[in-house]
Design a protein around this ligand. Structure first.
Ligand SMILES: Cc1cc2nc3c(=O)[nH]c(=O)nc-3n(C[C@H](O)[C@H](O)[C@H](O)COP(=O)(O)OP(=O)(O)OC[C@H]3O[C@@H](n4cnc5c(N)ncnc54)[C@H](O)[C@@H]3O)c2cc1C
Length: 409
């Protein structure tokens, strides 16, 4: 057990933590940077766990956001398999699972999220998987590849995993509460497009239904029974029922948790404790592009960009986090979506291009303002939409003309 002092303590070896370390160094920080992560790997690209890593196309070492040589070169000390177990805001000290105590000048909490577990009859059977880590992805590939798999949940995670497993020869069926895949975030027009791509590749989708229980034999899952009365044979199950921000450390330290279920931070991503920041999946911030409303967003690019904003502010800037959130998702190489938003509500959708032809951009309007956009193969439209949202969402043309208007005007 030791006591030590560091300039910057970054808790959470994920994307937000890593990117904060990177931008601290790029911004000229010369004090000690300590990144504390409880997973066995150096920070890696979690988004690959449902995509190319699951399909076995990307080797484990290529998922790393930075390799060991970078950490050595940049003098960023990265601990793996180590948790921060307590945070004392008075003494500005972290206690680690090793028993060591670390006094810090500035700290970032970027503890990410854990999967939301379902508690129904049969939940403890073998063969029921959740996905958050590389290790989970390995288990799913080994256990579900080439088999009959039922996916619970029709959000992007369930759809991506269904696509990847189908590429591995699995027969996939999705069960979900919503009528159309991906419709909760992106609406039914976009959702139907992605659902049709899944159907074209042999994936069966049961919408408007939900899991009732799992049945098994010899301790292993064999069937999924739904509230609607379906009985689906399954050799394996993957549950994609959302994620829950990991607030264990923040709560115990007495930091405020907001209505969105995240650590409350100001526009500069600082908590009420001076020099203590939060970023990524756990941060609930007053977004400048959401009318100043508090929002918590679980997107790759949000963790990425917030890590950078925190670094800038740790280095003495007073930089509000004003990045328009960006999201991407791939259904294998069948379809890729990019999205800026998120819109919590919208009253009109305008389609540019053609959904039937698989090249389109949907503009989401609310009260006559642009609040979000989704693109499949129309990156320029998305870039313009992102700029317009950042500028307040004023439409460049009357809504009726937006389908063909010049968005750069
Ligand atoms: C399978 C999958 C696919 C995804 N695909 C996409 C996608 O296509 N597009 C997209 O926009 N987003 C995607 N996401 C979401 C995106 O990956 C996350 O929003 C992003 O990784 C969040 O980064 P983070 O740094 O906040 O948290 P995380 O990546 O969760 O990292 C937090 C880390 O902190 C560690 N930790 C927690 N508590 C402690 C502690 N007390 N001490 C030490 N370490 C701790 C955790 O173990 C974890 O390693 C995906 C997520 C998953 C799970």
């Amino acid at each position: 057990m030791s006591e030590r002092e560091v300039a910057y303590a970054l808790v959470g070896g994920g994307l937000a933590g890593l990117n904060c370390a990177r931008w601290l160094r790029e911004g000229g920080a010369d004090g000690t940077v300590l990144l504390i992560g409880r997973e066995p790997d150096l920070p890696y690209d979690r988004s690959l766990c449902s995509k190319s890593y699951l399909r076995g196309e990307t080797p484990r070492e290529e998922t790393l956001l930075r390799d060991a040589a970078w950490f050595a070169e940049q003098q960023v000390e990265a601990l793996v398999r180590v948790s921060a177990t307590a945070l004392d805001l008075q003494t500005r000290t972290l206690t680690l699972s090793t028993g060591d105590r670390v006094r810090f000048g500035k700290a970032l909490l970027a503890t990410g999220a854990n999967v939301r577990r379902l508690n129904v009859a049969g939940s403890g059977l073998d063969g029921i998987h959740y996905l958050r880590t590389l290790g989970n992805s390995d288990s799913i590939r080994d256990d579900a590849g080439g088999k009959r798999v039922v996916l619970i949940g029709g959000s992007y995670l369930g759809c991506e995993v269904a696509a990847s497993l189908t590429e591995l020869g699995s027969i996939c069926t999705i069960v979900m509460q919503e009528d159309v895949t991906l419709s909760r975030g992106f609406g039914e027009s976009a959702g139907r497009f992605f659902q049709s791509r899944l159907a074209e590749h042999g994936i069966t989708v049961h919408g408007g239904d939900e899991l009732e229980r799992f049945e098994g034999s010899g301790g292993r899952v064999t069937r999924v029974v739904t509230a609607g009365g379906l009985e689906l044979d399954a050799d394996a199950v993957v549950v994609g029922a959302g994620a829950v921000p990991d607030l264990t450390l923040a709560r115990a330290a007495g930091l405020q948790v907001g209505p969105g279920g995240g650590v409350v931070v100001d526009q500069c991503l600082q908590t009420p404790a001076d020099g203590v920041y939060a970023a990524g999946d756990i941060a609930e911030y007053r977004s400048v592009v959401h009318d100043g409303d508090a929002i918590r967003i679980e997107h790759w690019d949000v963790a990425f960009s917030q890590g950078r904003t925190v670094a800038r502010n740790m280095l003495g800037e007073d930089a509000p986090h004003d990045v328009v959130p960006y999201f991407f998702s791939d259904l294998s190489d069948w379809a890729s979506l990019e999205y800026v938003g998120p819109a919590r509500k919208w009253d009109r959708e305008v389609v540019r291009g053609s959904i039937e032809d698989g090249e389109f951009c949907i503009l989401y309007l609310n009260g006559g303002r642009l609040v979000a956009a989704l693109s499949v193969g129309r990156g320029e439209d998305l870039a313009q939409a992102r700029r317009l949202i950042a500028e307040g969402g004023v439409l460049p043309a009357p809504a009726d003309e937006l389908a063909s208007a010049d968005l750069s005007a």
